[in-house]
Design a protein around this ligand. Structure first.
Ligand code: AMP
Length: 281
């Protein structure tokens, strides 16, 4: 496995890999790898000749009061995990390599962003789309793997790929969880012991909500209120949002029908956690 810092070198490598007839599976990450990332890497390994990942905490997708500086980073640990998982190349650029000057163009995501994280993190998905446009041109993958834990991101990236005719296949991957149901996240290390004990309640409340809908509940406000009440009663977190939409359109629905998502974001003092459940009814 090689760690590459320069865009030019990485592009040269991916060009040569493709010329030699290799298919490339790509996993974009912000590092501090966990089993969620490793599942994406495994998927990429099973379906491609070569696996490349990027580790880049992208300043463009963080708001001024968010955790860009505090985001956990540990490249040595990541290198070991990636090597053991069979990654061929890690692209690990400095911020100055990716953004040596102010960009003269930025992607402005226009659909599916007035809800969920797009609403509470202004400009976040513009930053995600812009960095991915750069990364796709550097990594030149056949397939790119994204986790459904970030379901809105999957929907937005699908739009970017289609809008700009990027020759890459988006592969969504199921959410990987701890044994108690908490979605794996690099940010989980910032939970206190007490918060960590409370955090599985997020997924439990989503499961209960989906069960109520399967059992015939049609009133989605009632379902949302039950989730909000459970989180408020059983955790010390502050709810950012609990919403139910159609998926992947992320449009409001009057009653459960077709594929839907129940999504939430809850803020603990040092970690904002997101989770969701999608299902068809
Ligand atoms: P991140 O490093 O948090 O930006 O995540 C990189 C990729 O891994 C994104 O596509 C995430 O959706 C995905 N990912 C993060 N956590 C999980 C998880 N628990 N299960 C599945 N995929 C995940």
């Amino acid at each position: 496995m090689q760690v590459i810092h320069s865009i030019k070198e990485m592009q040269q490598i991916t060009k040569e890999l493709r010329k030699a007839g290799n298919s490339i599976g790509y996993v974009p990450t912000m590092g501090f790898l966990h089993e969620g990332h490793l599942t994406l890497i495994n998927e990429a390994k099973s379906n491609n000749d070569k696996v490349v990942i990027s580790i880049f905490v992208n300043p463009l997708q963080f708001g001024p009061n968010e955790d860009f500086d505090a985001y956990p980073r540990d490249i040595e640990r990541d290198e070991n995990l990636a090597r053991n998982a069979g990654v061929d190349y890690i692209f690990y650029p400095e911020v100055g390599e990716m953004y040596p000057v102010d960009l003269s163009t930025k992607i402005n995501v226009t659909k599916r962003i007035n809800v969920l994280c797009g609403k509470s993190r202004e400009g976040h998905f513009d930053g995600v789309a812009t960095v991915l446009m750069k990364l796709f041109n550097i990594m030149m993958p056949d397939r790119a793997y994204f986790g459904l834990k970030d379901a809105q991101q999957v929907a937005v990236v699908d739009g970017v790929i289609k809008d700009y005719n990027i020759p890459v296949e988006l592969v969504p991957v199921r959410t990987v969880r701890e044994e108690d149901g908490l979605a794996k996240s690099s940010r989980n290390v910032y939970l206190t012991e007490q918060e960590r004990r409370e955090a599985p309640e997020l997924y439990k409340s989503l499961q209960k909500a989906s069960q109520t809908i399967f059992d015939g509940e049609k009133d989605l406000d009632k379902v949302k209120t039950a989730v909000i009440n459970a989180i408020q009663e059983k955790t010390s977190g502050i709810i950012d949002y609990v919403e139910i939409y159609s998926y992947p359109e992320l449009e409001e629905i009057k009653e459960p029908k077709g594929k839907i998502i129940i999504a939430l974001a809850v803020k603990f003092p040092k970690a904002r956690l997101i989770d969701n459940i999608t299902f068809s009814i």
